[in-house]
Design a binder for this molecule. Structure first.
Ligand SMILES: C[S@@+](CC[C@H](N)C(=O)[O-])C[C@H]1O[C@@H](n2cnc3c(N)ncnc32)[C@H](O)[C@@H]1O
Length: 275
């Protein structure tokens, strides 16, 4: 199964087949919280939908996938360059210095620089992406001796995403814009939402409101599904949706703790007797 080119905390990579059992069949697939992109890639591999429109507020992710779509060979050569550079640094101190230079002097000054995003995700702590209140990436160094890079994955992803439409904005603007653009066809679409979980880490400088997302999605007349973990908060916030249990799994809560949790989907459509 295809993987994403970077680790991403909260990635659904390990549960895509269980998730897909409960996805609504439709013509157009809309994903407002793309993250690593792994859900999208596997759906395209399964040829589940005809059209794919995706979004994330993280500009580096979207610029990265647009570059992979349009110029896979130049992406491969740039990532190889950074991989070699990092792996050839002679000591862990030099690698650490390189990491902090990249994020303080380069990435935090211009987040469109996807090659720096990639190197940070490869060499930072555990695939975590976190921003402080000023919007600065601030994950500690991951102390990796060497990093690896699979060129073939980039070529495969490039082939898969040739017809995908990428956007970068807040989910609400994205969904409004997409449904408006689609007109009547929007009735034939399915929106899969994998937002920051209730009570989870910050991906952006702004606090994420799951309640605002729930209220917004409830107001739409479109089939939607929302991923979260099964707890009191999510059950309260998404109480107007049906809950299906996807899988019992382990989840990285923050740098210090990993917990047992139950992945669920909150949906507003009938799934019949699927198991
Ligand atoms: C849990 S992750 C998605 C993981 C993804 N499904 C995967 O398997 O890799 C949540 C994503 O929501 C994005 N995000 C956070 N706030 C957002 C917003 N207001 N609008 C759009 N995307 C947002 C984050 O950048 C992050 O990539």
């Amino acid at each position: 199964m295809i993987k994403a080119p970077f680790r991403w905390a909260g990635s659904k990579a390990k549960i895509t087949s269980e998730l897909f059992k409960y996805f609504k069949d439709s013509d157009t697939y809309i994903e407002p919280f793309l993250g690593s992109g792994v859900v999208l890639f596997r759906l395209i591999q399964d040829r589940k939908y005809k059209r794919y429109i995706v979004n994330d507020i993280n500009v580096a992710i979207i610029e990265f996938y647009k570059a992979i779509k349009d110029h896979p060979f130049s992406v491969i050569s740039r990532l190889n360059h950074y991989k070699e550079h990092y792996n050839n640094l002679k000591s862990m101190d030099l690698k650490k210095q390189f990491y902090y230079n990249v994020y303080k002097k380069e990435y935090n000054r211009n987040k469109r620089q996807w090659e720096y995003f990639w190197i940070l995700m490869k060499t930072g702590f555990n695939g975590l992406y976190r921003e402080n209140k000023k919007g600065e990436y601030n994950v500690p160094f991951g102390y990796k001796e060497k990093i690896t890079f699979n060129e073939n994955e980039i070529r495969q992803i490039s082939n898969l995403i040739q017809n995908v439409e990428f956007h970068c904005m807040d989910y609400r603007h994205f969904i409004n814009l997409t449904l408006e653009m689609m007109g009547e066809d929007s009735q034939q679409s399915f929106i899969y939402n994998d937002p920051p979980y209730c009570n989870s880490q910050r991906y952006t400088k702004d606090e994420f409101s799951n309640q605002a997302l729930a209220d917004y999605l409830k107001s739409l007349n479109i089939d939607v599904a929302i991923s979260d973990v099964d707890n009191k908060t999510s059950n309260e916030i998404y109480k107007y949706f049906f809950k299906v249990i996807v899988k019992d799994t382990k989840r990285v809560i923050n740098i210090a703790s990993i917990q047992q949790s139950r992945e669920v989907l909150f949906i507003n459509y009938d799934i019949g007797t699927r198991t």
